[in-house]
Design a protein around this ligand. Structure first.
Ligand code: MGD
Ligand code: MGD
Ligand code: SF4
Ligand code: MO
Length: 662
């Protein structure tokens, strides 16, 4: 028996270090380890059960070829060399007839490891001249806004939240999505810190907050502007900071003038007194920190909401002290050489770009050229991409050649022509950044590959060889990819950072000084070196009210049991949250099976009545598998593939639905 080090690679901000028990070559236990001092031995319950996925009945053990109709899931076992030869032959024919752009890679955050995504895979697809996928399904609006306003400035690290006298959690639910941050927030509360939560749902932290503003989804831009106006009118605006460190303050203050407390209260559906109380507590506290999550962005007004939220700490002058300022994704300060890793120079001519949120319509409607081959890896679009029914129709196209590289037989893999077995984190080497802390981590395999599974780098290297591509960078090993991504990492990793991370497994990022202080040692990296409150690329500040086609707003947030669709195979009977008033109006009782529907689709599930959600809003978890509902449809079946106002993001929390008894 041995206990070996690993790292959780799931798309979760915490990137915990793991201690994995291996007996006779098999994993018997996954636990937390203290190698990463921030995650310090604590992990979530779902990852403790990871071995069930590694060895479970859904695990894909060898390459397979479809023998039945698309989607039915009947496959025959084939050898790797047969699979690769068949893919290469199909790709070559498509290249000759329609060009590389008729091939579409589809990938996202299945593994957040640096070697398994946007590395060997992109090298291969660039050499092929395939269409380029715009990775917009998550964090595109927040990313575009943050980049334009603050550049790559580091955010407040979670451990410093304990120092804050006021914390505003805005559209984020750390109890499910970032458990170590939740611990830090509770610690700040124990020390007397004020907590406000802005969320249409009463999340676990909202239950014990000093103030919970259950606003109407999609109205955050108005709330943030009203806060700014109130700061100005109540003497909480830091004019000196605005003059010295920002551009565009006159514009944002002018936009804010439109929303006094009464008007904002009416639009957002919260009491004007609560908005005033929020501003008062926030203005009075130092340090005060705003944590903006991703729930806010998934709306047609999402980009503008995030820009207005990120302006609040600047207007209030909350920077310059440890524990004060703002936090979103913390991945920006990582010293990563993305171009060295993904080699843009392999692209011989510009190629078309395809927004991943439009997968369904692209498969069905794109003509110039049509998508003839789809290569899915690190993603499960049937579960996770907007407009599920359109995606399913696209995948059902008889003339579409679909390859899926996966760990388990997902709803997407069922539609593949060729299925390729992928490894889990326990079977290959990886390098891990995090978006919820500042420790770079390295992990080695702890078991031999299960079945004939291959890592992503190995799969794309073999595919390149099968295509006869002879560029040496298409055959890079994990060790070479690791060196490439850290090339030039310099001071941020210490002088011998590359060796150290491999030797020690965990290396903290170095900031100038030990602490991270926004507008101390961390500053905006915008061209002006200032906060850009109204940069031209974000357009004018705006809020678009929307005529409701159906009466209820559907949210589909993260839940404890899954990470996106990973572990969805375990979920048996999910429930949709409905407010008792909405239920009474429809004659629905707790536990009833209901139809949730709109003009795009219908989902049949049971109901959970709860006052933890605002009336007029319903909530069904993201990432469910089709088998878990009564009719094989999940929340994405009700989500239109509209794009957000900024960044081309998905509008998951902007769906309108009706609910009735089934
Ligand atoms: N357990 C678990 N952890 C995860 C994930 C998971 O699936 N499961 N997913 C990971 C990923 S990929 C991501 S991106 C992060 C996401 O992390 P979070 O941002 O915390 O997650 P979400 O659940 O998308 O949204 C957070 C909250 O936003 C609220 N919300 C919805 N619409 C609005 C709105 O219009 N305004 C406001 N103010 N709030 C709104 C929702 O009710 C929800 O409680 O979590 C990561 N961690
Ligand atoms: N309704 C609704 N849907 C949402 C959201 C929402 O708020 N509401 N939010 C979304 C968010 S936040 C995100 S980030 C996206 C995520 O969307 P996706 O990135 O598509 O996430 P998953 O559905 O978890 O699919 C990841 C797949 O990658 C596989 N995988 C893991 N590791 C590897 C590997 O090393 N190699 C290969 N080849 N495969 C691997 C996993 O088994 C899994 O099936 O979904 C979005 N979908
Ligand atoms: S999913 Fe998140 S909380 Fe759970 S082990 Fe992985 S990184 Fe840690
Ligand atoms: Mo995400």
């Amino acid at each position: 028996m041995a206990v070996l080090d690993s790292v959780c690679p799931l798309d979760c901000p915490d990137t915990c270090s793991l201690a994995v028990t291996v007996e006779d070559g098999r994993i018997t236990k996954v636990d937390g380890s203290s190698r990463n001092p921030y995650t310090d031995g604590v992990i979530c319950a779902k990852v403790r059960r990871y071995p069930e996925r590694v060895y479970g009945p859904e695990r894909i053990l060898h390459p397979q070829r479809r023998v039945g109709p698309k989607g039915e899931g009947r496959f025959e076992r084939i050898r790797w060399d047969e699979a690769l030869a068949e893919i290469a032959a199909r790709f070559e024919r498509i290249l000759a007839e329609d060009g590389g752009e008729a091939i579409l890679p589809y990938h996202y955050g299945g593994s957040n490891g640096l070697l398994g995504e946007d590395a060997a895979d992109l090298r291969f697809f660039r050499r092929l001249g395939a269409s380029e996928l715009l990775k917009t399904i998550c964090a595109a609006p927040t990313g575009a806004v943050y980049e334009a306003m603050y550049g790559r400035m580091g955010g407040v690290p979670p451990s410093d939240f304990q120092l804050a006298k006021a914390i505003v959690l805005w559209g984020v639910n750390p109890s499910a999505t970032s458990i170590h941050l939740a611990t830090c927030v509770r610690e700040a509360q124990k020390r007397g810190g004020f907590l406000a939560v802005i969320d249409p749902r009463r999340t676990p932290l909202a239950r014990n907050a000093d103030l919970h503003l259950p606003l109407r989804p999609g109205t955050d831009v108005v709330l943030a502007l009203a806060m700014i106006r109130e700061l100005v009118h109540r003497g909480g605006c830091d004019r000196t900071f605005l003059e010295q460190h920002t551009n565009g303050h006159a514009e944002i203050l002018a936009a804010a003038e439109e929303y006094d407390l009464e008007r904002a209260g009416e639009i957002c559906g919260v009491s004007p007194r609560d908005i005033a109380a929020l501003v008062e507590a926030y203005a009075a506290a130092s340090p005060a920190v705003v944590r903006c999550g991703w729930g806010v962005e998934r709306n047609r007004n999402g980009g503008n909401a995030v820009r207005a939220i990120l302006a609040v700490p600047a207007v209030a002058g909350k920077f310059g002290v440890r524990g004060g300022g703002l936090t979103m994704s913390l991945s920006r300060p990582y010293p990563l050489n993305r171009d060295r890793l993904s080699r843009p120079e392999l692209l011989r001519r510009p190629v078309r770009q395809i927004n991943m949120n439009h997968l369904g319509r692209v498969l069905l409607e794109e003509k110039d050229p049509p998508v003839r081959a789809l290569f899915v890896y690190n993603a499960n679009p049937v579960a996770s991409t907007p407009n599920q029914n359109l995606v399913l129709r696209g995948l059902a196209r008889e003339d579409l050649f679909t390859v899926v590289h996966e760990q388990v037989m997902t709803d997407t893999a069922l539609f593949a022509d060729i299925v390729l077995p992928a490894q889990t984190i326990f079977e290959h080497e990886e390098l891990h950044k995090a978006y919820g802390h500042y420790f770079l981590q390295h992990s080695r395999p702890v078991i031999a590959p299960v079945g004939e599974s291959l890592s992503n780098p190995e799969t794309f290297a073999r595919l390149a060889a099968a295509m006869g591509f002879d560029e040496p960078e298409l055959q890079a090993t994990s060790a070479e990819l690791l060196r490439d991504v850290l090339e030039g990492s310099g001071a941020r990793l210490g002088n011998e950072g590359v060796e150290r991370v491999q030797r020690e497994g965990v290396v903290p990022l170095h900031f100038d000084g030990d602490e991270v202080i926004q507008f101390g040692n961390e500053r905006p990296t915008t061209a002006s070196g200032r906060v850009e409150l109204c940069p031209p690329e974000l357009g004018p500040v705006r809020y678009e009210a929307r005529a409701a086609s159906f009466p209820l707003t559907l949210l589909s947030p993260a839940s404890n049991a899954l990470v996106n669709s990973i572990f969805g195979e375990r979920v048996r009977s999910p429930k949709i949250d409905l407010h008792p008033d909405d239920a009474a109006a429809r004659g629905i009782a707790d536990g009833d099976e209901v139809r949730v529907f709109n003009d795009l689709g219908e989902v049949r599930v049971r109901v959970r009545l709860t006052t933890d959600i605002r009336a007029g809003v319903v909530s069904l978890a993201k990432g469910l598998w089709r088998a878990s509902t009564g009719n094989g449809s999940t929340s994405t079946a009700l989500v239109a593939d509209d794009l957000t106002d900024i960044g081309g993001g998905a509008c998951f929390n902007d769906a309108r639905v009706e609910v009735c008894r089934a």
